[in-house]
Design a protein around this ligand. Structure first.
Ligand code: UD1
Length: 417
């Protein structure tokens, strides 16, 4: 099994180019099912999760081909509306095909995602929303069976904003009969990107990016071409990697507006940043200040970056209190950071981090994408060598992270190929 070996110390410096967003690419790939024919997607990151979605689309009958930084997806001959357990269990976002399959074929059989390292992640909102649109949904042998002759527009109110459920219901509603209103929708940029792509395919959608989305159903959609927005979580990762090493990093090809919560938090820690149109320059600090954090739905501080902020706080001057309202159990990184010499106490789903002068390298294990990224960040400053195992988690969501970090002067290498 592959691992990262990092020797901590060097301050990062130089320029890094941000890749396309994983969380925008995955639902957009699923959306191509809705328009029979060839869709071309540009700026698609070369990631394990993208490969998993491509595999799933091929099982459904699509042709998927890499073309440089893009993907060609031909969904003309899709005929098998099913997502098997072995794929959905490795990547929860496989569940995104449910809405599009139902819209195109009037039926779908998709495995329930099952357990996940970041705590319970149900799909009840997806199911409730599709039922509201008139789908008959039964659960059988760990699979969701959804059927509907033609879905009918309805009002869908979510208890809390959910990216997955908003996307799935939106993709089902675009070809439903009549108008669908989604209330308490997620405002995440990836949802807006999906809505923009669906509009290119011929959908009628208003209000994406607000908590009320209105969709007027059309008969059918056509294939479309689109480009994937920059990955805001990768942007945040390089911002925090710059901050933790006290480096000077130019982050290019990003969308600063999508990371304002992170920029505000880093400013609270004393970090200086200069914003350009699609670039952020971060200037290192000798020692970072401490700042409490509550991760919340967008435009709040992203839960995906919470583990990275926790890593940053490990070497801050002072103590901080961290909680996560989106995934309250998302703290598997805490025990591993403590192995590196961090002083984090976890009690009642709240992490109290006492900043220490330095971390020390040790063997640690990644348990999910972002917990893994938090360990990489800690490894960048830990004295001596840090070995991170199970890096296949990190590869799910980061394109060539070790190459990008090495180009900024980090001492990181992949072993065990
Ligand atoms: C997406 C992102 C993930 C990110 C998360 C929150 C993708 C592929 N993944 O995951 O990286 O961490 O948004 O920003 O884009 N919930 C329910 N019932 C449901 C659905 C969700 O209770 O049916 C709850 C969840 O437990 C959580 C909250 O809603 O507390 C938000 O989750 P959601 O936005 O759905 O997460 P994902 O779409 O799975």
């Amino acid at each position: 099994m592959e691992r990262f070996v990092i020797t901590g110390g060097p301050r990062l410096s130089g320029r890094v180019l941000i890749s396309g967003s994983k969380n925008a690419a995955l639902p957009i790939m699923a959306a191509t099912i809705l328009g029979a024919g060839q869709s071309r997607l540009e700026n698609v990151p070369d990631l394990r999760d993208v490969a998993t979605m491509a595999k799933l689309l091929r099982l459904i009958g699509a042709e998927v081909r890499r073309e440089g930084h893009g993907l060609l997806v031909d969904t003309e001959h899709c005929s098998h509306p099913e997502a098997p357990y072995d794929l959905v269990s490795t990547m929860r976002a496989s569940f995104y095909v449910l809405g599009p399959l139902l819209g195109r074929f009037g039926r779908a059989r998709v495995s329930l995602p099952g357990g996940c390292a970041i705590g319970p992640r149900p799909v009840d909102f997806h199911i409730k929303g599709l039922r509201a649109l008139g789908a008959t949904i039964t659960l059988d042998g760990g699979y969701v069976l959804a059927e509907a002759d033609r879905l009918k527009g309805a009002r869908v109110v979510f208890d809390i904003p959910s990216m997955g459920a908003t996307a799935n219901v939106m993709m089902a509603a675009v070809t439903a009969e009549g108008t669908t209103v989604i209330e308490n929708a997620t405002k995440e940029p990836e949802l807006v990107a999906l809505a923009d792509f669906l509009v290119k395919m011929g959908a009628k959608i208003d209000g994406a990016g607000t908590d009320r989305i209105e969709i007027e159903g059309v008969k059918s959609l056509s294939p479309a071409d689109g480009s994937i927005i920059p990955d805001r979580i990768e942007t945040a990762t390089f911002l925090l990697a710059g901050a933790i090493t006290g480096g000077n990093v130019d982050i290019a090809g990003c969308c600063p507006e999508h990371v304002s919560a992170i920029i505000n938090k880093l400013e609270e820690c004393g970090v200086k940043m200069t914003l350009g149109g699609s670039a952020i320059r971060i200037e290192g600090l000798e020692r970072i200040g401490a700042a409490d954090l509550v991760a919340t739905a967008y435009p709040g501080y992203p839960t995906d970056v919470q583990p990275l902020h926790t890593a940053l706080m490990c070497i801050a001057s002072g103590s901080s209190v961290i909680s996560d309202t989106v995934f309250p159990d998302r703290f598997t990184h805490v025990a591993e950071l403590n192995r590196l010499g961090a002083q984090i106490m976890l009690e009642d789903k709240v992490a109290v981090v006492k900043g220490v002068e330095e971390l020390r390298g040790a063997p640690v294990m990644a348990s999910d994408i972002r917990a893994g990224a938090a360990l990489v960040m800690a490894g960048l400053v830990a004295r001596g060598q840090t070995q991170i195992s199970r890096i296949y988690h990190i590869d799910r969501g980061y394109e060539r992270i070790e190459e990008k970090l090495s180009a900024l002067g980090a001492q990181i290498r992949r072993e065990g190929k």
